[in-house]
Design a protein around this ligand. Structure first.
Ligand SMILES: Nc1ncnc2c1ncn2[C@@H]1O[C@H](COP(=O)(O)OP(=O)(O)OP(=O)(O)O)[C@@H](O)[C@H]1O
Ligand SMILES: [Mg+2]
Length: 276
C-alpha cells in the first residue's frame, strides 16, 4: 500500500495536501552502538496523527527529537521552514511546540489550575521581574492565564476542583491535567506520549472530547499522538505511522495500516488484525 494513494478514511478531516506542520527528514539517532532511529521520514499535517509501534521502537525518541530534548545524529526536523536541530526545549516550545511525557510531570503540591498555568511561558510578554513586583500588566497576564487554565480544565471535564493539589487527583486525571497544560499556549504542534495509558474508559472519553473540542477551533494545529491503545488511534487519527526498529514501515489510515500483513507480522499480532 502506497502512503500517497490511500484515502484518509471516513474520520478524515485534514487533507493529505495540507502543508505539514512538522517534517522529519532522514532522522537517525543512536545511543552508543544502539541504532534507535534509522532515516525516519514523516510529514505531520494538521489534525491528529498517530505514531504507533512496539515497545522500544523509537516513538518517544521521535518526540524527544522534535521537542529539542535530543539532537539527532543525522537528518533534519522542520517546523514549517524552521529547523529545530540544535534548539533547546524552551526555544522549541516558544516556536509553538508543546508536549506531554509518558509519566506525568506535574508539580505534586501545586493545584490543578497552577499546574496548567506552568505551561504559560510562551505568550508571556512581561518578564519575571515585572511579575515579581506585581506590575499591573504582569498581573493582568496572570489573570488571563488563570482564566484560560480554568477554561481548559473545564474542556476536559475537570473544572470542578481547580484548586485541589495535583497529587490528590487519580493518575488518569493527572495525565489529563498535563494535556491541558500543553494546550495553554495554543500550540501549533502538540506531542502526546501515551496520553491514554493508565486511563479508564471515562477518562479516555474526556481526553478525546477535550482534544477534539480544542482542535475543532484550530484547524491549522497538529496533534501527534503516541499510543498503544489502537482503538483510540483508530477513533482519533485519520492517519497513523508505524515505527518498527527505528523505521517507518507504514503510514496511512489506521484501519488499513492495522490490516497490513507487514505491520501485523512486525508487531501487532494476528489477533489485532482479525479483531478489527
Ligand atoms: N537517552 C537514552 N539513552 C540510551 N538509550 C535510550 C535513550 N532513550 C531511548 N533509548 C533506547 O532507545 C530505544 C527506543 O526507545 P524509545 O523510548 O524511543 O521507545 P518507544 O517506542 O517510545 O517505546 P515504549 O513503547 O516502550 O515507550 C530503546 O531501546 C531505549 O532503551
Ligand atoms: Mg515511549
Amino acid at each position: 500500500m502506497s502512503t500517497e494513494t490511500v484515502d484518509a478514511g471516513d474520520t478524515a478531516t485534514p487533507s493529505r495536501e495540507a502543508t505539514p506542520v512538522v517534517e522529519f527528514d532522514g532522522v537517525s539517532k543512536s545511543f552508543g552502538g544502539n541504532s534507535v532511529l534509522e532515516g525516519v521520514n514523516l510529514a505531520v499535517r494538521p489534525g491528529f496523527t498517530g505514531l504507533i509501534g512496539p515497545n522500544g521502537a523509537g516513538k518517544t525518541t521521535c518526540l524527544n527529537v522534535v521537542s529539542g530534548y535530543l539532537r539527532p545524529d543525522a537528518g533534519d526536523v522542520r517546523l514549517g521552514e524552521q529547523s529545530v536541530i540544535g534548539l533547546r526545549p524552551d526555544k522549541v516550545a516558544r516556536l509553538g511546540v508543546s508536549r506531554t511525557f509518558q509519566t506525568p510531570r506535574l508539580i505534586p503540591n501545586l493545584s490543578a489550575i497552577e499546574n496548567v498555568m506552568v505551561g504559560g511561558g510562551r505568550h508571556h510578554r512581561h518578564g519575571h521581574i515585572a511579575e515579581l513586583f506585581g506590575i499591573p500588566a504582569a498581573r493582568r497576564d496572570e489573570k488571563d492565564q488563570r482564566a484560560r487554565a480554568r477554561e481548559l480544565l473545564g474542556v476536559f471535564g475537570l473544572g470542578e476542583h481547580p484548586d485541589r493539589a495535583a497529587n490528590q487527583f487519580p493518575i488518569g486525571s493527572q495525565k489529563i491535567i498535563e494535556v491541558a497544560r500543553g494546550l495553554l499556549n495554543d500550540p501549533a504542534l502538540l506531542l502526546l506520549d501515551e496520553p491514554a495509558a493508565g486511563l479508564g474508559a471515562e477518562d479516555v472519553d474526556r481526553l478525546v472530547e477535550g482534544l477534539n473540542g480544542w482542535l475543532e477551533e484550530r484547524p491549522e494545529a497538529a496533534v501527534m499522538i503516541i499510543e498503544h491503545d489502537l482503538e483510540l488511534i483508530t477513533r482519533l487519527c485519520p492517519t497513523a505511522a508505524v515505527l518498527h526498529f527505528g523505521r517507518i514501515i507504514q503510514n496511512g489510515p489506521p484501519k488499513d495500516v492495522l490490516r497490513d500483513p507487514v505491520v501485523v507480522e512486525a508487531y501487532l499480532g494476528a489477533d489485532v488484525a482479525a479483531g478489527d
